[in-house]
Ligand binder design. Structure first.
Ligand SMILES: [Zn+2]
Length: 424
């Protein structure tokens, strides 16, 4: 049997069309970027655009109370739980056209392909886009999917405010996306998300498809290092309590932790923000605030790394005669994806002659929330320009996008005709 395939040009045209909503020209690169920050007027326009496309594909559209949008295609046995595909269409303020949009428009392309081939599936199929995945405006990422899967209470989500004091609830109402459907999602049969890798690995290893094994664990610390401000010319070195040097020691220790190999080969550590105070050329910094971002695809390695780091804070404090206070600002465990679905993705990619490899997701995604209520999996496609993302130079080619969505089509078709709840 010759497998059906999606329409590569139609998919890419739909990505470009949505990419024109909230478009701007990046001053530095001259490249066209996208700004559809969650629940702004541009996001509203993007939402209405995709809803119109859903209706044109004869999907039955519902909007829930946090503004998540679901487009449902009838199944032969419509009582069965649907197979869901989705992602998000909101963006960071300096985005490209692919992050999130590939998963939503790719899902829509799968439905159109089934329609064109006059294929009815046994189970209903749902195309979803979730509210505010990025978290850039209200400070909480995966907002819509976290509420839909019960990790976050609706009232707490409604009350979140942006920098100007606008609440999620008011902004939803203003856009006409404060829906009435129950916010708690009935677990679908399975959830699939096709997404750009947002990193360089697939492209560098000449792979067409990334079979995502899960989302790695994240731990954020905010450090406040208190030393003593002093004159840079008159204070003898042994008499200093230099908060800047303590921060530097911690930053270098992060590198040593990686180099030791004690926390696995895939640990990442970053001191992304360092602010010395008073921050002047001729004053020993009396105070530094800094951040640490740790990532690890293995929970036990992550816990060991955190223990090591906390002990080193004490060591650095003693060595530099400063006080170090730390606060945990984010902590999420690893979320493994369903191994049965991973095997389906591998088989389907192989059957199409696509080169594939397993890969851990370095970023967070709606699929990690969905994984709490159903079998979930992700299909990654490579990106050009070293896989740059959250940037106007984000780019995946028509071929790269089509490969991912063809695999999405194949796995969806398999699951949508699956009888039982597919123990795996
Ligand atoms: Zn995304």
């Amino acid at each position: 049997m010759i497998p059906i395939a999606i329409d590569k040009e139609r998919l890419y045209a739909s990505l470009n069309e949505l990419g024109e909503i909230g478009a701007y020209v990046d001053a530095q690169s001259g490249v066209r970027g996208v700004n559809r920050l969650a629940l702004t007027a541009a996001d509203g326009e993007g939402r209405r655009h995709v809803v119109a496309k859903m209706r044109a594909a004869k999907l039955e559209v519902t909007v829930d109370r946090i503004g998540n949008v679901y487009g449902r295609r009838t199944g032969r046995d419509d009582q069965l739980r649907p197979v869901m595909m989705g992602s998000h269409i909101d963006s960071v303020p300096t985005a490209g056209r692919f992050d999130g949009c590939l998963g939503v428009l790719g899902a829509l392309e799968v439905v159109r392909t089934l329609d064109d081939a006059k294929i009815e599936t046994m189970r209903p199929v749902v195309v979803a886009f979730f509210t505010d995945e990025e978290g850039s405006r209200f400070g909480t990422d995966m907002l819509g999917s976290a509420v839909a899967t019960g990790r976050l209470a609706l009232g707490d989500a409604y009350a979140l405010r942006d920098r100007d004091g606008a609440t999620v609830r008011d902004e939803l109402a203003k856009l006409g996306f404060l829906g009435e459907a129950d916010v708690r999602l009935t677990p679908p049969h399975a959830y699939l998300e096709c997404h750009i890798e947002q990193g360089p690995i697939l492209r560098a290893s000449e792979m067409d498809i990334g079979v995502v094994t899960g989302v790695q664990s994240i731990s954020w610390h905010e450090l406040t290092i208190a030393g003593k401000s002093a004159h840079a010319g008159t204070t003898p070195m042994p008499m200093r309590a230099d908060a800047g040097v303590a921060a530097a020691r911690i930053n270098l220790h992060l590198r040593e932790m990686i180099a030791s190999g004690r926390y696995g080969r895939d640990m990442r550590a970053t001191m992304g923000a360092i602010s010395p105070s008073p921050g002047l050329v001729n004053i020993v910094p009396g105070r530094v605030t800094a951040t640490v971002d740790l990532r690890n695809p293995d929970d036990s390695f992550m816990r060991a790394a955190e223990t090591d780091l906390l002990a080193f804070y004490d060591e650095a404090a003693r060595a530099e005669n400063v006080r170090i206070a730390w606060r945990q600002t984010a902590r999420t465990p690893c979320v493994p994806f369903d191994t049965g679905l991973q095997a389906h993705i591998e088989r389907c990619a192989g059957a199409r002659g696509l080169a594939h490899r397993r890969i851990v997701s370095g970023a967070g995604h709606d699929a990690q929330e969905m994984a709490h209520i159903t079998r979930a999996a992700m299909i990654f496609v490579p990106g050009e320009n070293d896989g740059i993302s959250h940037n106007p130079r984000e780019l995946s080619t028509p071929e790269q996008c089509a490969n991912g969505v063809n695999v999405l089509l194949d796995v969806l078709s398999l699951l949508a005709d699956e009888k039982d709840q597919g123990a795996s």
